[in-house]
Design a protein around this ligand. Structure first.
Ligand code: KIV
Ligand code: ZN
Length: 513
């Protein structure tokens, strides 16, 4: 059995299924590029047949990513598989990932198909996919709750049809580590041609055991691919978290004895980018990527770490990409210094015109904020509510008045396509007044589900505020993120970013529907 563990990232597909985490094509491409820098083996870029938008996302990522395999999900039918193959055409290395549910519950209640019909469809779909692509992954959805005898029959058949990876999802996060590991081991032992494919684990985190289950699937079950997401992003309690699996395998190499291709120093930048893009903030005590993951507060711990780091540290913060908040640039920094910092941060720009536009925004920020940190630059580059001409709604200016004992009032000027709107409103506070002013013109009717503010660089009131706004309209949930030293402006940007997402994302087929 191989000593290499394949890291299959599904942040852009399963992670994006999390309500509110939907991303635009540009955002997905930016994350895909960071995943490539992180050197993940496989990037699941989306579900090409679910919507024209997702098709475009997969195709765009397939044409830009060269160093990781690019994969599209497809239900087990010819149309989905053809769409996936079409979207993946530009890829240097492509994979089609086809799936069908195999548990009694899903077959009867959801698919309304007999076991024999599911068996035939799985076989034919893998055969069809293999005619279009050499690299085909098959997943029996709700695999862990499926009858092992039936699963053996299906998996043996799809290997014969040429499936190169077999993935066993714990779709509802029901497994416990030892049993999940044994479940996979049992399948591998019973299926005569099991050594012809790579086995993979895909665990959801409903009982908080996704990472433990995935690792048991590797150690006990013999799986050599782990499916995971940055920050554990995903529906409900999320997916197996990439950073935790990677650092467990690297830190305890003595136990796992497995090699990874991943460049761990890109973990924190990836985590920040995903959090900033989706608005799903990382809890401070989250392993590896939480703000407190390497902070030693108690006197005894601080004393120990100063004397010898390994008294209380099992990993080095810099090895996973943490860098101390450094003042990197300021008001007097020139275009070349800015451009070089973008390169050092791995932020790619399409053209010199893009750099000029970004530099203008940087100068604007530096006029209002004396010290510019890496985190500020990353937020600046990701802020499309004001940067992208392609965005429908864009903030042009905002002024507000609030005084003790008086009702706050806001005036907002924003663009909607080529039209300029001037809006005014009162509110309970200046944020409320600003969002009400925008809504008075847009009249989206969206319900505000979440409003949260975070400091981009902690420890100072000079930090930029990063605001996340979650809106719901007609069953769709979207997040918008905005950053600015003025949190009222950041709030207006976040609200407009969420409205842009509501406007741009069309209807899509649910991946597990
Ligand atoms: O959780 C799941 O079952 C999935 C499959 C589509 C692989 O995400
Ligand atoms: Zn899943």
């Amino acid at each position: 059995m191989s000593d290499n563990l394949i890291i299959f990232d599904t942040t852009l597909r399963d992670g994006e299924q999390s309500p509110g985490a939907s991303m635009t094509k540009d955002e997905k491409l930016r994350i895909a590029r960071q995943l490539e820098r992180l050197r993940v083996d496989v990037i699941e870029a989306g579900f090409a047949a679910s919507s024209n938008g997702d098709f475009e996302c997969v195709r765009t990522i397939a044409s830009h990513i060269k160093d990781s395999t690019v994969c599209s999900l497809a239900r087990a039918n010819d149309r989905d598989i053809s769409r996936a193959a079409e979207a993946l055409k530009p890829a240097a290395r492509a994979r089609i990932h086809t799936f069908i549910a195999t548990s009694e519950l899903h077959m009867q209640k959801k698919l309304r198909m007999t076991a024999d019909e599911v068996f035939e469809q799985a076989k034919l779909s893998v055969r069809f996919a293999r005619n279009l692509c050499d690299d085909v992954e098959f997943s029996p959805e709700d695999g862990y709750r499926s009858d092992p005898d039936f699963l053996c029959r299906v998996l043996e058949a799809v290997i014969k049809e040429g499936a190169t990876t077999l993935n066993i999802p714990d779709t509802v996060g029901y497994a416990v580590p030892e049993l999940y590991g044994q479940f996979i081991r049992n399948l591998r032992e019973r299926i005569p041609n099991s050594d012809k494919a790579i086995w993979s684990v895909h665990c959801h985190n409903d009982l908080g055991m996704a990472v433990a289950n995935s690792l048991a699937g590797v150690t006990i079950g013999g799986a050599r691919q782990v499916e995971c997401t940055i920050n554990g992003l995903g529906e409900r309690a999320g997916n197996c978290s990439l950073e935790e699996v990677v650092m467990a395998v690297k830190t305890r190499r003595d136990y796992f004895g497995l090699n990874l291709r991943v460049d761990a120093s890109q973990i924190v930048p990836a985590s920040r980018l995903v959090a900033q893009t989706t608005g799903f903030v990382v809890q401070p005590n989250k392993a590896v990527v939480g703000a407190n993951a390497f902070a030693h507060a108690s006197g005894i711990h601080q004393d120990g770490v100063l004397k010898a780091r390994d008294t209380y540290e099992i990993m080095r913060a810099e090895d996973v990409g943490w860098s101390a908040n450094k003042i990197v640039l300021g008001k007097l920094s020139g275009r070349n210094a800015f451009k070089q910092r973008l390169q050092e941060l791995g932020i790619e720009t399409e053209s010199e015109a893009d750099i000029n536009a970004a530099f203008a925004r940087f100068k604007d920020l530096a006029d209002r904020k004396s010290d510019i940190f890496d985190e500020d630059i990353i937020a600046l580059m990701g802020d499309e509510s004001v940067t992208s001409e392609a965005e429908h709604y864009r903030l042009l200016s905002l002024s507000q008045h609030s005084e003790t004992g008086e009702r706050p009032h806001a005036r907002v000027v924003f663009a909607a396509g080529t039209q300029e709107h001037h809006a005014e409103a009162d509110g309970n506070g200046p944020v409320d007044a600003s969002l009400k002013a925008i809504e008075s013109k847009v009249q989206s009717g969206a319900e505000l589900l979440l409003y949260s503010v975070n400091a981009i660089t902690s420890g100072s009131t000079e930090s930029q505020g990063e605001v996340t706004v979650r809106l719901q309209l007609g069953g769709r949930v979207v997040n918008g993120v905005g950053a600015d030293p003025d949190i009222i402006v950041a709030s207006a940007k976040a609200y407009l970013a969420a409205l842009n997402k509501l406007q741009s994302k069309g209807e899509r087929v649910a991946a597990q529907g």
